[in-house]
Unconditional design. Sequence first.
Lengths: 433, 145
Amino acid sequence: MFNREIESMPVGKMKELQLERLKWSIKHAYDNVPCYKKKFEAAGFHPDQFKSLDDMKRVPFLTKQDMRDNYPYGLFAVPMSKVVRVHASSGTTGNATVVGYTKNDVNTFAEIVARSLASYGVSENDILQNAYGYGLFTGGLGLHYGSEKLGALTIPMSGGNTPRQLMLMQDFGTTVLCSTPSYALNIADYIENNMPGFDMKSLKLRIGVFGAEPWTEEMRGEIERRLKIDAYDIYGLSEVMGPGVSAECSEKNGLHVFEDLFYVEIINPETGEILPEGEKGEIVYTSLTKEAFPGIRYRSRDITRLYHDSCKCGRTLVKMDKVSGRTDDMLIIRGVNVFPSQIEAVLIGFEGVEPHYQIVVDRKGSMDDIEVMVEINEKIFSDEIKVMSNLSKNIADRFRSSLGITAKITLVEPRSIPRSEGKAVRVVDKRKI
Amino acid sequence: MNVTQLSAFVANKPGHLQKVLKVLADENINIITLTIAETSDFGILRMIVNDPDKGYKVLKDNNITSSVTDVLALEINDTPGSLFNALDVFAHLNLNIEYMYAFTEKREGKAVMIFRFEDIEAAKKALKDKGYNIVRKIDIIGENK
């Protein structure tokens, strides 16, 4: 453990620490950010009334829309001279959301990434190749600072250029790869298609650190098998800090939340009411020490559950499930919750299948009907009907086994799925309910 | 050398086949014979054309998913029982035909069968052993004997 005292702190003691820090953080936001002051006052809440964790329910939520409305610096809580870094989201659905960090915040960010890396078994003896994009996105610099804090040799490779990635892995003796899980599969594809006879064992790679997009156990299996590594999930969001808000441990069974720094709650996304431990809902974050950009009850839209188990790794920190999707694009099909990200994960599991797909949900009689249209490409095209129908059948089988839904798979011509601003329109819901 | 077949993915919708044919026509590609295998959603158009490599390139340039495959072209007499006898060769050796189609030659009395095999070389050997005439290049049929 990178920080044994914190990571194995008794639960009761952790709650005391959280309460003390919450009082500071809520007051810090109220005193220094007009948006919070206004929200709190409108809800009839004053930070002085915050006495116990139970009072959390009285604190208003912060939403993505609040961030957009306060673009770019409106939610910063310290003078600009104290802010040393910003990161920003791409802003595909509105203004970009901008987050800021003081020197202390940058250190905290490095701390959580160092803790995450240590929990995967990375140490100062490792050589870490960081294939996250360096830039406004939190992944690149986040992993970089954390890896340096841990003391690992850090290769700031950034994303893309697969042949060069592989060359560095070979020449530099890379032992840890950080990237998105889909990029890891890209690397595996590249090796299999372009480097016949390449032996994965000629690499020293042993650990993969993957995050920034939802991925499934299936994808983990595929990455581990094809790259011959142990693959671990790192979770985070820029609005809260960046990657390292929570991390898996050697057990690969749930992610420990670094709750000395982030207070987490699960709410019912419809009513906003706090759900008891173990129930699935939307996860809400409150920063406990952040100076530049406090986040008080930030609604992440990510769906998961929180629970304590006696984790064999020795950490007492609360655990969350791998995030299964987001509330904004959740579909309920015949009573089953389905997220486009899960559908994507199923499709990524098929070699050569393009991530260009469209889900059409319709209601025939009283039954929901789901059709997944998948664009065909040369890699999966065959002149034989049996090969093509096997592909549809295998995809349908995988949907049934991993998502529990029966979907009709339709193979369609390339570029026939409408794209808006270059992005495919993922879901068409024709149901009139 | 085998005969090269050009295949294309076509949605089973009005006008989509025509789009493929237009691309080929515009580039002066002549179709000698074709067959379509259809499902409810899409069809696979398989063609013998005068210039398969160029055909493949122009389809690709027009975002039409296509491929080229080696097929076996066999010349047989255009008489009752000829195809039956030819297939006997494969059945005896347990060689499965994935699909097949045919066209008659302009020269009288002959037909050309196009076969798709998993193992084309095994099928060729079987036919040669039985003295059959395997066509090497479709566009010079009638000149290669």
